[in-house]
Design a protein. Structure first.
Length: 281
């Protein structure tokens, strides 16, 4: 049985953000947030459209046989999905096809279901095997097309699912991605952190005005926590396309990134409770 990263983090997120007792939203309370959900989806749908030509460019670069060109195209292709993945639980099959890592599968890298970005990453950065990477990249294009369709299945999204995604991804950055497992072979984990934070903020912002009306202090705390998490990443990011190599980032800076993202997560958890959008079992 395959275990998705959303499954793996479900229990951890629930335990980590229960300082305030969960409040279940009524149907009416969910309905009043539909406009905010739609606004967030509009952003992610555009990012999915941005992802498709980048995936196609990756195929072209791999087909060229030029390893440096393929690696550059891989790095250039990564940002859109790392923003989109904030709501990955609403399109779990596509998330697995596009962005799952080997540990999500019973047989690891050798599992026939392992595909997408991280298989391509290993093939071109570690193995230098562009012939094998080409077929996987072509499959990625197909998966991105499916993702574009997934994002239009409106009934799979809600305010509660949005906040569940915000909490899950922010926890994943601080608790797990910080270890460098995200981009082990390309060494570009900072790129992933940066765009994960952008994606989280893109889905929170449509709710920001409502939160400010209910609790201005809580809204200010989310804004301040977002800025600190964003700045902690940007301060070490560097000028290289795709960001500084994560292996050169020291433990003190990693600790700062992790702690600021945890504080961002906690501020978002409080926002979820105030808006009565905590997803509960």
């Amino acid at each position: 049985m395959n275990l998705t990263r959303r499954d793996a983090f479900g229990f951890g997120v629930a335990a980590a953000v229960t300082a305030v007792a969960p409040i279940s939203a009524t149907a009416r309370e969910i309905d009043i947030h539909n406009g905010a959900v739609d606004q967030g989806l509009t952003y992610l749908r555009q990012r999915a459209r941005d992802q498709l030509p980048l995936a196609r460019a990756l195929v072209t670069a791999i087909r060229s046989g030029d390893l440096a060109q393929a690696r550059a195209a891989y790095i250039a292709s990564r940002p859109p999905y790392e923003e989109i993945e904030v709501l990955a639980a609403s399109f779990a099959a596509s998330d697995q096809d596009i962005d799952a890592r080997p540990y999500a599968f019973e047989n690891g890298e050798t599992d026939e279901d392992f595909k997408g970005f991280h298989k391509i990453e290993a093939l071109i950065f570690r193995d230098k095997d562009l012939d094998a990477a080409l077929h996987v990249a072509q499959g990625l294009v197909v998966s991105v097309k499916t993702l574009i369709t997934d994002l239009n299945v409106r009934e799979n999204f809600s305010g509660r699912k949005t906040f569940a995604g915000l909490l899950a991804l922010s926890t994943e950055i601080a608790a797990k991605k910080i270890s460098s497992e995200e981009e082990t072979w390309s060494d570009r984990s900072l790129l992933i952190f940066r765009h994960n934070i952008i994606g989280i903020n893109s889905q929170y912002q449509p709710f920001a005005a409502k939160l400010a009306r209910r609790n201005p202090q809580a809204a200010a705390e989310v804004t301040a926590a977002h800025e600190k998490a964003r700045d902690a990443i940007n301060e070490v990011y560097g000028e290289t396309p795709g960001g500084r190599r994560y292996s050169t980032v020291g433990l003190a800076d990693r600790r700062t990134i992790s702690s600021t993202v945890y504080r961002y997560r906690d501020a978002l958890a409080r926002a979820a409770d105030i808006l009565q959008l905590r997803l509960t079992a």
